[in-house]
Design a binder for this molecule. Structure first.
Ligand code: IPM
Ligand code: MG
Length: 361
């Protein structure tokens, strides 16, 4: 099959890790007889430096024209001093909005090969961790208006608006129920309905959508409790459905407890538009350019691209199996090295890790 991919390497470790995913996609291309036509566009701080805009119009056009978009990471201390509308993060939020990518799927699993890195107590980890956060991505307090800073009664105030329409809630709820249907059929919707009006609407609409999915068991949980349950016993979760802000926080938590934020991929999908695939971690400016970054979350994001973007299940599974094989054989980037030292492990750089995955393919 011939497919086009728009690459957005971005900032910090972004270009290094995207290069390893590209290597992997090239290997898939050869092994399975596809043709992936890749182009590159600017986003984030890199785009600010080159074009004075974190999301140049040319980037939006290039993404819209592609079959899939693949992103590294954006942001860094260099641009932290800029005002909100000119920060690198604007580029990422802007492309999500421009492509209508309202559904963000963030799976968190405990790799058996890495059980030793899990931050949970051994008896808790033994129960397993295999969940997916379905995060709404184009609404909520991230985009609600009014938003800003101004002076009121002689002092500065800052404000954002947490808002969801019933249509926005319904469409993300449908994605979450459909996702649960393909898994263990358990959906937990997370909100703050004991305090927030927007959450009470969220809960009501999710409950209405549930009538169309009688085979899926729906529960509701307050976000503070969900944050606690994730560390107490994450095995109770199958699919977590939540809004943009709560999903941002809970997905980082879910990934970190596996011990390896450098391993978890994500997919952002809309209705019809090309999907965007990216690791859930950030641009890690402190280790950029040193060959220390773990490319596996990015390579696993390429697997999600193959599966969800191009409907290539065998190809996606081949990439995932290669990653597991490399971990089983003991290859580790510095972030995955056990604190106790590395007997039986082989320390590798970013590019060596990519090479090992390509070999296993
Ligand atoms: C994420 C990130 C982004 C978000 C930032 C970089 C804008 O934290 O993808 O989780 O908050 O959505
Ligand atoms: Mg985040």
């Amino acid at each position: 099959m011939r497919k086009t991919i728009c690459l957005l390497p971005g900032d910090g470790i972004g270009p290094e890790i995207v290069a390893e995913a590209v290597k992997t996609l090239r290997a898939v291309e050869k092994k399975f007889g596809h043709e992936f036509v890749m182009s590159e566009a600017l986003i984030g701080g890199a785009a600010l430096d080159a074009a004075g805009d974190p999301l140049p119009a040319a980037t939006v056009d290039a993404c819209k024209a592609a079959d899939a978009v693949f992103l590294g990471a954006v942001g860094g201390p260099k641009w932290d001093v800029l005002p909100g509308d000119r920060r690198p993060e604007r580029g990422l939020l802007g492309i999500r909005k421009a492509l209508g990518l309202f559904a963000n799927l963030r799976p968190a699993t405990l790799f058996p090969e890495l059980a030793g890195s899990c931050l949970l107590r051994a008896d808790t980890a033994a129960k397993g961790l295999d969940l997916i956060v379905v995060r709404e991505l184009t609404g909520d307090v991230y985009f609600g208006k009014p938003a800003g800073q101004e002076v009121r009664d002689g002092q500065r105030v800052g404000f954002n608006t947490m808002i969801y329409t019933e249509q926005e809630i319904e469409r993300i709820a449908r994605v979450a129920f459909a996702t649960a249907r393909k898994r263990k059929k358990r959906l937990c919707s997370v909100d703050k309905a004991n305090v927030l009006d927007v959450s009470r609407l969220w809960r009501a609409v999710v409950s209405e959508v549930a009538k169309d999915f009688p085979d899926v068991e729906l529960s509701h949980m307050y976000v503070d409790n969900a944050a606690m349950q994730l560390v107490r016993d994450p095995s109770q979760f199958d699919v977590i459905l939540t809004g943009n802000l709560f999903g941002d926080i809970l997905s980082d938590e879910a990934s970190a407890i596996t011990g390896s934020i450098g391993l978890l991929p994500s997919a952002s999908l809309g209705a019809g538009a090309p999907g965007l695939f990216e690791p859930i971690h950030g641009s890690a400016p402190d280790i950029a350019g040193q060959g220390k970054a773990n490319p596996l979350a990015t390579i696993l994001s390429a697997a999600m691209l193959l599966r969800l973007g191009f409907d290539m299940e065998a190809e996606a599974a081949a990439v995932e199996n290669a990653v597991h094989a490399v971990l089983r054989e003991g290859f580790r980037t510095p972030d995955l090295m056990p604190a106790s030292g590395g007997a039986g492990f082989h320390p590798v750089s970013t590019t060596e890790m990519g090479d090992r995955v390509v070999e296993r393919l």
